[in-house]
Design a protein around this ligand. Sequence first.
Ligand SMILES: [Zn+2]
Length: 457
Amino acid sequence: MSTRMMIPLLFLAALASESPLWATEPTWKAGLSRVVITPQKPVWLSGYAGKRVPTGKLHDLWLKVLALEDAEGHRAVLITSDLIGFSQSAYDTLCAELKKRHRLDRSQVMLTFSHTHSGPVLRDSLLDYYPLDQEARQLIEEYSRTLEATLVKAVGQALERLAPAQLLVGEGLCSFAVNRRNNKEAEIPGLLARGEKLRGPVDHRVPLLVVRDRGGKMLAIVFGYACHNTTLSGLQWCGDYAGYAQLALEKKYPGVQAMFWTGCGADQNPLPRRQVALCEKYGHQLAQGVAEGLTKPLERLKPRVQTAHALVALKFEKLVTRTTLEQAARTEGLRGRWAKRLLARREAGDPWATRSTYDYPIQVWKLGEKHLWIALAGEVVVDYAHRFRSEYGTHVWVTSYVNDLVCYIPSRRIWDEGGYEGNGVYEYGLPAERWAPDIEERIAETVAGLVKRVGGK
Ligand SMILES: [Zn+2]
């Protein structure tokens, strides 16, 4: 092309960006909001059995919202949070409120948890886990109700701020997550120092969703990582590695809202751990993985979002018997508390205490023409991410720790192997010891149906 021709073309291109044609081109709309949710009162810290009363904070806990609207006006709202996870009852209450106040159905709201173990205990969640007294219970209830109201308000703010935007996807890498079933925690520093390969399946990808305004200015980075957010077990509020990663990104890209979600990392740990310096290091490593991903070519998404949601009845292997409960009720600790509570609920004729299934929420979004976002409730192991990527392609993200904390969700492999992630259903207060062996198939069938509903495979 001659220079003579280039000038008028460039001139036309510059004009086009201001023309009414551009203004009517179908576009995404995006709106953001954020709010500090660090408890002001000493609500116990969550995630490890036992009493942990907070003494201060390493940094604030956040709740962040990204509202999206496609060219046809369909809305989808992503919420990320420095929280362990909501109970089924808190999730149900929230869905009802969001429907009433913002006309959003369950398919349109993806409520994700970083699963930090340096955040507050939430109502009805893992309650037998902690030796709670009356005062602790009251603080949890009070904090949870305020949090739920705050969340509904923050969603409203994000929706009010919807404005034309671009959406792009990409991927980074980060390698600190270790398969905790296949490597002994105490041996990890030695193995790493000798440069030996760690064992077991992992998922080191860092999916990226970037929101820009119409002019191309970056507004938000949404990123995921498949690893338990459990570097720390101290007495200070902290978003753990995910908190540090978000802070590092917001410092590197001023004005940008960084939002973290957890992938299928229930059997993955940040190892070695238990030091603030390590926690910060992992956060910076993850932020670096995100930053590197952003330097690669990103794919721009067409302004279309389709959303689907289902509750699938997952079966327990068998209902716990009264004899087992009566024996367990004579013991101290978590199991004793669980047994006593279930016996009391049975006594009161509460059908919850003798149910044989659990209504497990699954959600699928399709962004643009092919990008699938599968969101699974509970603590989901890494096999699910690999399975769904091999079934639906590399343009698939699998988010775990969404909507309802439920309990561990083992794959068939892990169910067969047993061990912590394959058992322990009762630790979450449920009236059983294990899921039925068909758990993975039930989930995969439901995902397949939802993928079809959003026009996937
Ligand atoms: Zn967990």
